[in-house]
Ligand binder design. Structure first.
Ligand code: S3P
Length: 173
């Protein structure tokens, strides 16, 4: 089986950007669960939440991990921020490869997602409180899902990607 690196963490943690750097540095393909789901469903994440509800979306997330586990080659995955919420998904992710948690503070998330309209869970109301509450609740879940935890505030994605490769190699020895 190939080496599989799975990036998890909150919305705005930089999973996709760091995933692109990892993909460039390793020449391994990058998959993104949100993009895979949007392509398969033929609609945006916001529309899936609106038309079919969050539970259906979470089921689609589980299906995407299964589809990736069938692939033999090396790959990098940027997982949607809610992917590790289901215990079944946490187990699948840990079986699939090295799970790396990109850990950020609420301030980083708020700064990066200013003006964003694509995250249904943060739409409307007191966004700061939503981010703080969700992060408080999810932090321990992300930590329990991860093999490797990387602090990702105020850092260049290339540096984070390099640190991840060092940690992944050490973990695989
Ligand atoms: C979600 C995160 C989003 C997307 C959906 C739900 C979450 O992905 O899957 O809006 O529950 O945290 P990103 O983490 O890529 O923003």
């Amino acid at each position: 089986m190939g080496t599989h690196i799975i990036l998890i963490g909150f919305m705005g943690a930089g999973k996709t950007t760091v995933g692109r750097c990892l993909s460039r540095q390793t020449s391994w393909p990058l998959f993104d669960t949100d993009q895979m789901i949007e392509k398969r469903a033929g609609m945006s994440i916001s529309r899936i939440f609106e038309a079919r509800g969050e539970e259906v979306f979470r089921g689609l997330e589980t299906e995407t991990i299964h589809s990736l586990m069938d692939r033999e080659e090396d790959w990098v995955l940027s997982a949607g921020g809610g992917m590790p919420l289901r215990e079944e998904n946490r187990k699948l992710l840990r079986e699939a490869g090295q799970v790396v948690y990109l850990k950020v503070n609420p301030g980083t998330v708020l700064h990066r997602l200013q003006g964003d309209t694509t995250r249904p869970l943060l739409a409307g109301g007191d966004v700061k409180k939503k981010v703080e509450d969700l992060l408080n609740c999810r932090g321990p879940i992300y930590e329990s899902a991860a093999h490797i935890i990387i602090k990702a505030d105020d850092r260049q994605p290339e540096d984070i990607a390099e640190e991840i490769m060092v940690a992944v190699r050490a973990h695989l020895l």
